[in-house]
Write a protein that binds this ligand. Structure first.
Ligand SMILES: Nc1nc2c(ncn2[C@@H]2O[C@H](COP(=O)(O)OP(=O)(O)OP(=O)(O)O)[C@@H](O)[C@H]2O)c(=O)[nH]1
Ligand SMILES: [Mg+2]
Length: 407
């Protein structure tokens, strides 16, 4: 007689399968198999082998083996859809490009230029097109905890508007945290930021804080011209990269899903900015940052969000390793993000990003993605981060139809 033992939570199919396998085992002469529960020592059922049953038993073993394999496969598939996804990150908000087919012949879009050259303007698209590329099921993407990080410096004038922008975001406030990181200001930025934090706490944000960093090395000037002159870009961007990294290191907790980098000097952002960015489920993604002139013309403000072209890469190969490449100074051989609208896609792959509103999966930061303070493949700060992200195997994307406006 053979005995098959089982535990309370053993699978019935597994038990029967084991008993059937046993019954043809030649060592069990009487062909009796008993099944015993080892928790309470009680028998559940017994199987007796008859010669004429052997054929059908072999057939049943075969059948059960098939069912078992099938069962295991289904179980494994089920596991994958929660496992690979890495918790809730992809499952709930996946954007499926193939589900929405853009009718290119119905809606005319300006074709993607070979490169953006000296053109830093963009045409507004019709409300219909904008709606097509920003439509989403809002309820799907509100389950993540998002940390908004904003470096601030001499931002006294911007903070009130910044507070309003955070207020108007329609993402659940209890899943939002804001941490501001200030250094080197010679105005009342820190005081204003402390007041802002009080407001954030009062409207129910998950966490709100302002940090002061005591480090030097920034450009000590209040002149916009000097700040943006080409010769000062290494120092300015390197210092800003450091401020961002310090902020990241001090503020990122273990339970945040996304980090949204948002500048303090934005005029407006869409209320569903966060949902839009989460919806596309990318490691690194940025919106188009524009500037609206008084005459209504749209200028591309953020020239750090671009796609490389064969020409831009060829030109870089000729440069010394230690040469900083910054966009926005002279004719561009790259294609700026808003000029990629012509591809007719909600989300497009890019190679450089700016920091106006930049969403990064917290996991990427935890895995070592940061803002290079020195050159990384000839780039620095946000553009350096994009280069580093690609180097680490992360995807870098832009949303050419999602506009935010710089002040
Ligand atoms: N902590 C810190 N924040 C900074 C520093 N410089 C700029 N910032 C902040 O970083 C963000 C981006 O800086 P901006 O100076 O706006 O960069 P930009 O948009 O390229 O340039 P502008 O045309 O001057 O607006 C803003 O929120 C600034 O307040 C700095 O030295 N330290
Ligand atoms: Mg700015």
């Amino acid at each position: 007689m053979g005995v098959v033992s089982y535990l309370n939570d053993d699978n019935v199919i597994d038990i029967i399968h084991e008993m059937l396998t046993y019954i043809v085992y030649p060592g069990i002469r009487d062909g009796v198999i008993r099944c015993t529960n080892i928790n309470d020592n009680k028998d559940c059922f017994t199987m007796v082998s008859h010669k004429r049953l052997l054929k059908s038993v072999v057939f049943l073993i075969f059948l059960f083996s098939i069912i078992k394999i099938y069962w295991t496969m289904i179980k494994r598939q089920g596991n994958q859809s929660t496992d690979v996804i890495g918790s809730k990150l992809t499952m709930m908000c996946q954007y499926n490009e193939t589900r929405t087919v853009f009718n290119a012949s119905k809606y005319k879009l300006s074709p993607v230029p070979k490169h953006s050259l000296k053109n830093d303007t963009t045409e507004p698209v019709s409300p219909e097109i904008a709606e097509f590329f920003t439509r989403l099921n809002r309820t799907l993407c509100e389950d993540f905890s998002v940390l908004i990080l904003t470096p601030i410096h001499n931002s006294e004038r911007d903070i009130e508007n910044y507070v309003n922008l955070i207020r108007t975001l329609n993402y659940p406030k209890n899943r939002l945290s804001v941490v501001l990181g200030e250094d080197g200001s010679n105005d009342r930025t820190f005081l204003k930021a402390q007041n802002a934090i009080e407001v954030f706490r009062s409207i129910g944000l998950r966490r709100a804080d302002v940090l002061h960093f005591n480090f030097t090395g920034g450009l000590e000037t209040n002149s916009w011209m000097k700040e943006h002159s080409y010769v000062n870009q290494f120092q300015r961007r390197s210092h800003l990269a450091r401020a961002r990294n310090l902020l990241l290191m001090s503020a990122l907790m273990g339970d945040e899903d996304y980090v949204l980098w948002m500048d303090s000097d934005l005029r407006s952002v869409p209320p569903d900015l966060i949902q839009q960015m989460i919806y596309v489920n990318k490691d690194v993604v940025t919106a188009s940052c524009l500037f609206r002139e008084n005459n209504g013309r749209l200028r591309i403000y953020d020239k750090n969000s671009w796609r490389e072209t064969a020409e831009s890469l060829q030109r870089q190969r000729k440069l010394p390793q230690q040469q900083l490449v910054v966009e926005g100074y002279g004719a561009s051989l790259r294609v700026y993000l808003p000029h990629l609208q012509g591809e007719g896609k909600r989300v497009v792959s890019i190679d450089g990003v700016g920091g106006c509103s930049l969403m990064i999966k917290a996991e990427c930061h935890r895995n070592g993605l940061y803002f290079p303070e020195k050159l990384f493949l000839r780039h620095i700060e946000t553009e350096g981060l994009a280069k580093m992200a690609k180097h680490m195997g992360y995807g870098v994307y832009g949303l050419p139809f999602l506009n935010i406006f710089h002040s």
